[in-house]
Write a protein that binds this ligand. Sequence first.
Ligand code: KG4
Ligand code: ZN
Length: 339
Amino acid sequence: MSVYILGIESSCDDTSASVSKGNEILANIIASQDVHKKFGGVVPELASRAHQQNIIPVIDTALKEAKINKNQLSAIGFTRGPGLLGSLLVGTSFAKSFALGLGIPLIEVDHLQAHILAHFINNKNNIPPSFPFLCLTVSGGHTQIIRINDHFDMEILGRTIDDAAGEAFDKAAKIMGLPYPGGPSIDKLAKEGNPDAFSFPEPKVQGLDFSFSGLKTSFLYFLRDKLKVNKEFITENKADLCASIQSKIVSILIKKLKQAAVETSIKEIAIAGGVSANSLLRKSLLIAAKESGWTAHIPEISYSTDNAAMIAVTAYYKYLKNEFTDQKVTPYARANILK
Ligand code: KG4
Ligand code: ZN
């Protein structure tokens, strides 16, 4: 009998619902929240309110697009954390009520594990990684190199000691007056720029850990000094600035990933999370894979940034193990499993 799962994601500023059949995705609906744009970042209270507004229509659309009746669902999967508590509460409360009403199991999903397990979505263009593999998980809140031994056996080998890679993109964009979220804006503008136009210092961090806060500070001071001499410096050099900062962030990420691959002798290498949508990171991973004999795994763009398809597929693998969640469950805001 087919297993149909409704996945719900509401950890930050995207309300998303997905319906899966086994590990195949029948629908993946995402409502992004424009309300934060004018504030230059996510405003938690506004995010909760927007989730409350969007959640029913998004789920309704996902079920209709999947051509699935709610009574056919086998289980409800939802993001338990990490994320914004008020946002997580909306998805969690809805998932609990819907599962109870339908008399089907409830399955909690960790958002970071789900970013990684997005690689197991049945996709004609992609062969899933084989175990063990390494995954560079890069999002707005996290930057980690993880060794994945099995679907739910994951080990952190390195992590950021301060800002996440997505934060580095978002903060650099904010300094330049670009709209939130900064990553996609920098990626787009960088296409017209010279990555060697400006150079920024390399962070010196031990082992497989990362640091991005020094890079952000040196970018800020560099621009402050240039603006003293020329008020139009940013406007006149926007594309080159974007290309240079992007190139630095990506080279820091790839360098540590190469080190991790050498240290573990693992050649199955994946990237995941919002920053894995970055065009230079995707290109650089393919180049590194060719040089080092890796098999590279890159998620589709729609499964890189926040989405409920990754929640549904993770819930599916838990369903197969009968890992169900009690109705007393509450969300967690901070990393709980991959910490
Ligand atoms: O995974 P995600 O959608 O949400 C979190 O779990 O945080 O990641 C969001 C992050 C943001 O920092 C955003 O700027 C970044 O991913 N991002 C990108 C790109 N698309 C999204 N960064 C660089 N290039 C992109 N194309
Ligand atoms: Zn995410």
